[in-house]
Design a binder for this molecule. Sequence first.
Ligand code: AHR
Length: 494
Amino acid sequence: MKKFKIVVSRNNVIGTSQDTLYGSFIEHLGRAVYGGIYDPKDVTSDEDGFRKDVIENIKNLDLSLVRYPGGNFVSGYFWEDGIGPRELRPTKKDEAWISIETNEIGTDEFMKWANKVGTEVMMAVNLGTGTATNAKNLVEYCNGNGDTEYANLRRKNGNEKAYNIKYWCLGNEMDGDWQIGHSTVENYIEKAKEAAKQMKSADPNIKLIACGSSGYTMKSCPEWDKKVIEGLYDEIDYLSIHQYFFENSTEEDFFASYKAMDYFISMIRSALEYVQAKNRNRKEIYLSFDEYNIWYNNKSLPKEYTIAPPILEEFQSFKDMLVFGGLTNTLLNNCDIVKISCLAQLVNVIAPLMTERNKGVVLNTIWYPFYNFCKYTRGDVLKTYSLNDYTFNSTFGETSYISKSIVINDKEVVIQLVNYAKEDVEVELSLEDINDLKLISHQEIVHDDLSAKNDFENKENVLPKYKKNSVSISDNKVSIKVDKLSYNFLRFAR
Ligand code: AHR
């Protein structure tokens, strides 16, 4: 069996993963909101029309934040349409997704849902068709405590207590020509600067996230990012970046997605460090990787405007799940700079969780690594050194067959390994200053069909199982047998 050695030290820490690394995203898009989190006609729906089965599953994830309300949708959305008495709310065309928006769900309803799920909301403002003043008014509506117009409007709508939303996105993907209101970087900076000024006048404590690149393949990347950081240096706390992965060339390149994500992060890290160096000042600006996932099907838009058309719905395969596991490793291994991340998205739209009315939910293959990531990987992420790396060639250079991350917290050491090799591998870990580990569980996901999926016909086709006798521990060495093409999540008590 191929042997692979990794050296880790308790004192060699990349960073501590921030709670906001464990986020996701709900957009007014397809059946994410209507028919996803909200469906008064579903048997499980509660007094507010929210699906209880969806709430229960999402609660289990312990998500720290959910980005809302878009996405491309936000660039044409007027938040004022979604508040107040429902019968007075306008029905409008959503040009981003060729859909009809009824505005049945708006800010107040979403905040209520987030509260039921137990998560914070990261709110995006419209910097496409919206103005800086619209954005300021929304901050005041959500966070205002005083006797002012929009805070009073929130109270009038039945919400006495301010929502105190901390994280605010200054628009969405403004570098992309598909975006409503897409502009030059100079115009974006000017608009975002004004919005930041006005939004902070409504609440000086908010944290602002500016639009970086919508992917490393964008021609403007990383120049766009550098200019945004330079132009908004004093205003922002985070730069947002997005990347979706799919199998569009070789299988090797798809498996190397974890490395591609790492490469993208390092590009933006360099842009940030360049601006910090130029400014002779290391103001803390971090990355918000607030859209990532596997996405390659169903990119076409509807031909006609309808309410909640089923678009961007994916049943990710076992192979996609292997790639997804690697992405979560990359997020952890860059947690010194990536402080926020949002899986795009959460329900029905490129999501880990799918719904059908009165048919319950399907947990897609990617649900399982996402669950482990959210639930168990909070703590110090340790740097790993590979001694005899076992690699393949990809567009992103020499790529290890084993994607890995190691996290330590007060109670546990957690190791996530994805094996992209078509042969079993023995991974030997030498642990420095980490003693007396006791195996809690070795969860594995394998399937003999790389294209296997879970769906409404077969909800349990791809499931984690628990391995026995795969781990041996002696002194400071842990040896783990990892099957070919497998996802592995190991928890050790310390
Ligand atoms: O998540 C789906 C879409 O992908 C989002 O609306 C947009 O921001 C991105 O292009």
